[in-house]
Design a protein around this ligand. Structure first.
Ligand code: HEM
Length: 578
C-alpha cells in the first residue's frame, strides 16, 4: 500500500502549527531502564531514572529534546512551552542521523531513537509541529482500530492523503469517513475467494511463467539480472490483468502507459521525500517541468482507465442477464472492474476510476518489494532456500505452476514471505492524525490534530517484541507449519505488515497468493545467486527498495524441465536490461 517516507513528511510537517501536549505516566515510554546514548562518536550507557526526571520536570532536557536536526533546541523548547509540560520522551536527533534521512531510509533512524527513548516518543519536526512515533504493539493496535471506525472514530489518514491526492483523487485508499466506508464495502467483496482461485489459475501462474521464460534466456547467457525490476514488472502485469483485465505486458514491452504508471508512482514517492512541498501550490505545478510531466502521466492513466470502464460497461449492458452475486465469475472477464460494474452500484465514473487506480497502485510495488526481499533473504540463507525448494518440488511435482490445492500446501514458502515482510514491511511506517484528543494504552495523551507515526519497522525489529533474534531471517519463528498464517489478530498486533483495524489492506489474501505463486514458479525452476561484491542497501519510497537493484545470476536447476546451455561465471556476467 501507499507508504510514505517519513523524511519528507517531517519536512512537510513544518508547515503546520500544532503543539504537542501530554500529561501522563511516562513509565511505559522506555521499558528498559538503560538507554544507550551516542555522543561525539562514543557510546555510553546512561542510567535512566524516569521518576526523578519527570518529578523534576527535566525529562525533556535530559533526554536531549531540542537537539533535533529538524528543530534547534530553543525552538523545540518554545513549542513545548506553548503546548505545556510534556512527559513524552523527545527523540534526540543528531546531525549524523541526517545521513540516514538523506540516504532515504529514515526508518532506521526511527529505530535508533526507539532504542534511546522507548517505544513511544515525540519527534519534533519544527518549533510547533511533531510526530508522535509509536513502536509498541498495544498502542499501535489502539490507534489502528480507532481509525475510521464508525463506533470509535478517533484517527484518520492525515498526511498520506495529502501527498497522494494527485494520483488517487477520490479513491477509497485515501478517502475518509462515509465516502471511504461506502466504497470499501463495495470493493472488498470483489476480491472474494472464487475470484482469487480464478486469478491463481489464469493470471498469477501464467504471468510468473512468463517471467520464468525471460529468466530462461538469462540463464542461457549467464548475464546478471535485476530481480527487483523483474518483480516490479511481473506484479504490474498481474495487477493490471486482475483489476482492469488490461495487459500492460511490461515484462516484454515498454509503452507510454507503463511509463506513465512509473512516473506517477515515482512522483508519489518523490512527494513523500520532497524537502519543499511546492506542489501544494497549483500555479507552481504548471511551471515546473517535472510536475507538467506528472500531470500528463496521470491524465494518460485516467483516460485509459475511463476507456476500459466504458468498454466494460458496454459489455455488461450487452449481457441482459448478467447475474451478480458474491462468488459469481464472468468467464470472459473475471476482473475487479467487471465485478464492480456488474454490481450496478450507484457510483460515478470518476469514483470508480479512482478506486481502481487505488488498487493498482496499492497492489503493485508492495507485492513487488515483498518478492524482492524474500528472494534476497533466501539467497542469503542457503539452508532456508533448500528447504523452500524441497517443498516446492514435493508439492508441485511435474506442474510448473501451483494449483489451488498446491497453494494450501506451500506452507514453508508462505512462512518465508511472512518473515520477509516482518523484516522489510511495506510501508515501514503508517500515518494517522488524531481527530479528537485521545489517550494511548500506557497513559500518554494524544492531542487533537497530532500526527502519529506507527513504526511497523520498529515493532517488527524490536527485541522486546520478537526476542534477541529479532534481526534474524527465521521463517520457523511463527510456529508449526500447520498452524495459522501469522496476521495482526493472532499475534496481537506484533505482526502488522498489512496494517489492522478498519483500514487494513483489502488485498492481503490476493498478495499472499500472488507472492507464493510467483515464488513457487521461480524456485522450482531456478537457483539464484547474489552478485558477489554488490552491496544491497535499503532506501524508502512507497515501499522499502534496494538502493541500486537486486542483481543476481540465475541457473536452471537440474531436473527443472529445460536444458541448460551453460553460461558464463558470475564474476564475468554482463547485465541484462530489464
Ligand atoms: C505484499 C503486498 C501488500 C502489502 C504489504 C500491503 C500493505 C498494505 C497496508 C499496510 C495497508 C494499510 C495502510 C494503512 O493502514 O494506512 C494497505 C491498504 C490497502 N491495500 Fe494493500 N498491501 C499489499 C498488497 C495489496 C494488493 C495486492 C492490493 C489490491 C489488490 C492492495 C490494496 C490495498 C488497498 C485498496 C488499501 C486501502 C484500504 C483502505 O484504506 O480501506 N494491497 N495495504
Amino acid at each position: 500500500m501507499l507508504a510514505l517516507n517519513s523524511g519528507s513528511l517531517l519536512q512537510q510537517q513544518r508547515l503546520r502549527f500544532k503543539p504537542f501536549q501530554s500529561n501522563s505516566n511516562p513509565r511505559a515510554a522506555c521499558k528498559r531502564n538503560t538507554c544507550p546514548r551516542i555522543r561525539a562518536g562514543e557510546v555510553e550507557e546512561e542510567q535512566y531514572d524516569l521518576n526523578q526526571k519527570i518529578d523534576s520536570g527535566k525529562l525533556i532536557d535530559a533526554a536531549g529534546a531540542g537537539r533535533s536536526v529538524f528543530s534547534p533546541g530553543w525552538l523545540t523548547q518554545l513549542g513545548r512551552l506553548w503546548g505545556g509540560k510534556s512527559d513524552v520522551p523527545v527523540a534526540d536527533a543528531k546531525p549524523e542521523d541526517i545521513q540516514d534521512l538523506l540516504g532515504g531510509a529514515l526508518f532506521k533512524a526511527l529505530f535508533k531513537w526507539m532504542q534511546e527513548s522507548g517505544p513511544v516518543y515525540l519527534l519534533p519536526t519544527g518549533p510547533i509541529s511533531s510526530f508522535l512515533v509509536v513502536s509498541d504493539p498495544e498502542a499501535a493496535k489502539h490507534v489502528l482500530r480507532s481509525s475510521d471506525n464508525p463506533s470509535r472514530p478517533i484517527y484518520e489518514k492525515g498526511l498520506v492523503a495529502e501527498v497522494a491526492q494527485f494520483l488517487f483523487g477520490e479513491g477509497f485508499a485515501i478517502a475518509g469517513g462515509d465516502q471511504w466506508r461506502v466504497r470499501r464495502r463495495a470493493v472488498g467483496p470483489a476480491l472474494h475467494r472464487a475470484y482469487l482461485e480464478v486469478m491463481l489459475d489464469r493470471v498469477f501462474g501464467p504471468t510468473a511463467l512468463h517471467l520464468a521464460g525471460k529468466l530462461d534466456r538469462v540463464a542461457d547467457s549467464g548475464e546478471q539480472i535485476d530481480m527487483e525490476a523483474c518483480f516490479s514488472q511481473v506484479t504490474l502485469d498481474i495487477i493490471g490483468k486482475s483489476v482492469f483485465n488490461y495487459d500492460f505486458d511490461s515484462l516484454t514491452t515498454n509503452s507510454p502507459l507503463i511509463q506513465a504508471v512509473y512516473t506517477s508512482l515515482k512522483e508519489t514517492e518523490t512527494r513523500a521525500t520532497d524537502l519543499l512541498p511546492y506542489w501544494k501550490i497549483p500555479l507552481l505545478c504548471q511551471l515546473v517541468p517535472r510536475q507538467r510531466k506528472v500531470a500528463e502521466a496521470v491524465q494518460l492513466i485516467r483516460d485509459t482507465t475511463t476507456d476500459l470502464i466504458n468498454k466494460c460497461k458496454a459489455m455488461v449492458d450487452a449481457e441482459e442477464q448478467a447475474s451478480f452475486q458474491e462468488g459469481y465469475i464472468n468467464d470472459s472477464d473475471p476482473s475487479v472492474l467487471r465485478f464492480l460494474i456488474a454490481s450496478r452500484e450507484e457510483v460515478s465514473s470518476v469514483q470508480l476510476r479512482d478506486d481502481l487506480l487505488s488498487m493498482l497502485v496499492a497492489g503493485h510495488e508492495t507485492t513487488g518489494s515483498a518478492l524482492t526481499w524474500t528472494l534476497y533473504l533466501l539467497a542469503q540463507n542457503p539452508d532456508k532456500m533448500a528447504k523452500a525448494q524441497a517443498e516446492v518440488d514435493a508439492v508441485l511435482g511435474d506442474r510448473a505452476a501451483p494449483t489451488l490445492a498446491d497453494y494450501g500446501q506451500l506452507k514453508y514458502v508462505m512462512r518465508c514471505l511472512n518473515e520477509s515482510m516482518r523484516l522489510y514491511p511495506h510501508p515501514p511506517v503508517l500515518l494517522r492524525r488524531a481527530l479528537v484528543e485521545d489517550k494511548l494504552p500506557g497513559g500518554y495523551t494524544v492531542p487533537r490534530g497530532q500526527d502519529v507515526m506507527i513504526s511497523v519497522y520498529n515493532i517488527h525489529h524490536s527485541p522486546a517484541v520478537w526476542g534477541d533474534d529479532a534481526e534474524e531471517f527465521k521463517p520457523e519463528r511463527f510456529g508449526p507449519l500447520d498452524g495459522p498464517v501469522p496476521n495482526e489478530q493472532n499475534t496481537d498486533y506484533k505482526y502488522i505488515p498489512f496494517s489492522g483495524g478498519p483500514r487494513k489492506c483489502v488485498g492481503d489474501q490476493f498478495a499472499l497468493m500472488e507472492g507464493v505463486a510467483v515464488l513457487a514458479v521461480l524456485l522450482k525452476k531456478f537457483d539464484f545467486d547474489l552478485v558477489p561484491g554488490r552491496e544491497i542497501g535499503m532506501t524508502t519510497g512507497a515501499t522499502i527498495h534496494t538502493s541500486t537493484g537486486l542483481y543476481m545470476t540465475v541457473k536452471r536447476r537440474s531436473g527443472s524441465g529445460s536444458s541448460s546451455s551453460g553460461g558464463a561465471g558470475k564474476e564475468a556476467a554482463a547485465t541484462v536490461p530489464v
